[in-house]
Design a protein around this ligand. Structure first.
Ligand SMILES: [Mg+2]
Length: 408
């Protein structure tokens, strides 16, 4: 069996999905997602200029060898661009493998450990009351886990930390489809004085039978994050996400020394080497790496196994930039993983998105159910894809009130 061709498509409804399609000499094809949010054309070029020419003629069943060939075979390894490109190839090869076997991918990993995988929604509001309405909406929809973000009094309303409107992901899109980065203003002191009590009010209103998640979006200094984690301990968060910038892993030690609030990190990580110390030292409780810029299923499964050894649970990234292909890849891993925790899931199911990526995967009452279709169980409609083209966009850039650039 040989790979005969591969093609990359960039575009989608409101998002620049980067979709790879690999064809074989036996008519079976596989698809993968290389969408690197706000830098989408870079993994697309990495694929078309460097990886696809090597891929032609390879045996698609040798997914491990092909992964190693592109990872070890490059002198300059890792990084989000290369790993998103390798990740797309790897997803497509697993898709082909599942189709050859006639089995859904979760069966190739070891079968299901659960029927439905719990997902969390994003509730947000311009202020706390607005946020309460958003949480109530998701609770009525059946979600057991909700991430809560709200505007902070005295700070301008912002997109990265707390989206301006409640309820869905559309605000991220308006933020990144402009002509240049939107500037957001941040003040850690105002945030730290307000948010712990706000989380307490949410517990008072909705009780403790809800998995409550909160994302700090890398905004705090290590000492501030430790203080924050200690103060919110009484509110029993399911997790506190990205309390500090992910590059400084020793910051997690300071947080751990002062609190037992569960910590989730890793959505910007690209390899097992980014997680290794954090997992083995039990400095985190949830690992957030994604199949897309984490190098695909082959590397993500290895991270899940390492995490399981140390009782760290999964909580894969699922921002709206992830296409239904990577969400399917993660869906199959979630169905299997013995140490599954929760899956981030933002509403992908617009009619346009469903037409571009047809699948039988189901979201019901806050749980994701993978279909039994062979492979990834999601397809890609090339005719639909011709409706879309690339539009440049940026994440917002954060500044402190005195103008200093801060962490987004
Ligand atoms: Mg996050």
């Amino acid at each position: 069996m040989k790979i005969t061709s591969a093609e990359v498509f960039v575009g989608g409804p409101g998002k620049n999905y980067v979709t790879l399609k690999i064809m074989t000499d036996q008519g079976i094809y596989g698809i993968g997602d290389a969408t690197l949010n706000t830098r989408e054309t870079l993994p697309a070029h990495y694929l078309t200029e460097y990886l696809i020419p090597c891929l032609i003629g390879m045996d698609p069943r040798k997914s491990e060898d092909i992964w190693q060939f592109f990872y070890r075979g490059a002198y300059f390894r890792r990084g989000p661009i290369a790993m998103a490109a390798i990740g797309a190839i790897d997803m497509a090869l697993w898709d082909i493998k599942g189709k050859i076997a006639g089995l859904p991918l979760y069966q190739l990993f070891g079968g299901k450990s659960r029927e439905g995988a719990m997902v969390y929604a994003h509730a947000s509001g311009n202020d706390l009351e607005d946020l309460m309405d958003s949480i109530a909406y998701y609770r009525e929809e059946g979600y057991q886990a909700v991430r809560v973000q709200c505007g902070i009094p005295g700070m301008p309303k912002g997109g990265g930390y707390a989206v301006a409107d409640k309820g869905d992901s559309k605000n991220y899109i308006t933020n990144f489809l402009g002509n240049g980065p939107k500037i957001e203003i941040w003040n850690s002191d105002k945030y730290m004085r307000y948010m712990p009590d706000a989380l307490g009010e949410i517990r008072d209103r909705f009780g403790f039978d809800m998995c409550l998640l909160h994302d700090v979006h890398h905004r705090l200094l290590p000492r501030e994050a430790a203080q924050f984690a200690k103060e919110v301990e009484q509110h029993r968060l399911y997790w506190l996400e990205d309390p500090t910038p992910a590059e400084d892993q020793s910051a997690l030690e300071i947080i751990r020394q002062h609190s037992t609030t569960p910590i989730a990190i890793g959505e910007v990580f690209n390899s097992i080497y980014d997680c290794n110390k954090l997992i083995q030292s039990n400095l985190i409780d949830f690992i957030r790496v994604s199949a897309t810029y984490g190098g695909g299923i082959t590397s993500l499964k290895r991270i899940v196994d390492l995490a399981a050894l140390h009782n760290v649970q999964t909580g894969f990234h699922g921002a709206p930039s992830h296409s239904p292909i990577s969400m399917a890849a993660q869906g199959h891993l979630n169905a299997w993983a013995p140490n599954f925790g929760v899956q981030e899931y933002l509403v992908l199911g617009t009619p346009e998105c469903d037409a571009l990526f047809p699948s039988e995967h189901k979201m019901e009452k806050g749980f994701f159910y993978v279909s039994d279709a062979p492979g990834l169980g999601v397809d890609f409609d090339e005719n639909e894809a011709t409706r879309y083209e690339f539009e440049r966009g940026y994440h917002p850039v954060t500044r402190l009130e005195d103008g200093t650039v801060w962490n987004y």
